[in-house]
Design a protein around this ligand. Structure first.
Ligand SMILES: COC[C@@H]1[C@H](c2ccc(C#Cc3ccccc3)cc2)[C@@H]2CN(C(=O)Nc3ccc(OC4CC4)cc3)C[C@@H](O)[C@@H](O)CN12
Length: 258
């Protein structure tokens, strides 16, 4: 479907890339210790800097834009109006979603211009480990594999996102999807995606999606008329359903024949 794989081989992120750049406020519960693993050594990282000589991006301006959009609002948003802390944004975490990588890829895209001076459309995907300080039980571990896709283009609509999700899941034989309004700090509108599972005789949640907010996209320098879809699901849930596995531990480690 034209997606390029994202480089997701870095599990430790700053709060900046995992939360602040996604317009997740510093008081958001997802940033609490009961949800996020913080790395204590080293406790913080330096401010984001150029990743390679051909990196055209102005990271100082990006950092200022993120601070401003949280603290006072920007780009037509009233923001959250709280004193944004640079130190808090530089704390290190085990990434709670691969959307931190999608953010870095979109920021890099914003620095690219085609001959007509426009940021080119792009499609990125990743499938990799994410870490959450969850209470471990039969279906939850402190980590899971997130499948994520991002589509950046001009003139995209919410109906188009639904149509794409119908195609994406349709390719796996999952049809007749239902969409339910949801909330993510970084996407507005957001939708949970459901499908009726004949075997389980009930509607099951098969993913989440949304349109990234201007507070996130314009802060990184993407043009106002560029729209970006994001969607995600896990690898463990479909695997457990497909193979009738009730305990998530059966997916990992040595198989113990009882
Ligand atoms: C803390 O839980 C997060 C995880 C995981 C998840 C949720 C959201 C995203 C996302 C996202 C996103 C949204 C907007 C922009 C960018 C990314 C990614 C993974 C699954 C997402 N879920 C999930 O995978 N369910 C699922 C997926 C597929 C499936 O069968 C396949 C079709 C054949 C069956 C089930 C839904 C639930 O399991 C949910 O309770 C658990 N979710």
């Amino acid at each position: 479907m034209g997606f390029t794989e994202m480089p997701t081989n870095q599990y430790v992120e700053t709060g900046f890339w995992n939360f602040d750049a996604l317009f997740v406020p510093q008081q958001h519960p997802a940033r609490d210790l009961q949800d996020t693993f913080y790395v204590s050594d080293p406790p913080t990282a330096g401010k984001p800097t150029k990743v390679s000589p051909d990196d055209k991006q102005d990271y100082d301006q990006y950092f200022e834009n993120v601070k401003e959009v949280h603290q006072n609002g920007k780009y037509g948003s009233i923001g959250y109006r709280y004193p944004w802390s640079a130190d808090e944004s530089l704390r290190l975490v085990l990434r709670t979603h691969t959307t931190s990588v999608s953010t870095a890829m979109l920021h890099k895209l914003a620095g690219q211009k085609t001959a007509d001076g426009r940021v080119p459309p792009a499609r990125y995907f990743s499938i990799d480990r994410v870490f959450r300080n969850e209470t471990v039980d039969a279906t939850h571990l402190c980590e899971f594999h997130q499948v994520e896709g991002v589509i950046a283009d001009y003139g995209l609509t919410l109906g188009g996102l639904m149509e794409f999700m119908d195609m994406f899941f349709g390719a796996m034989g999952v049809t007749d999807l239902r969409y339910k309004p949801a909330y993510n700090p970084y996407t507005e509108p957001s939708m949970e995606i459901f499908s009726y599972h004949k075997g389980l005789n009930k509607l099951i949640e098969i993913g989440n999606s949304g349109i990234f907010r201007p507070e996130m996209l314009e802060s990184m320098g993407l043009p106002k008329d560029m729209v970006v879809f994001g969607f995600g699901l896990s690898l463990e849930r479909p695997t457990m359903i497909k193979y009738g596995i009730s305990n998530i531990r059966e997916l990992l480690g040595h198989q113990v024949d009882l």
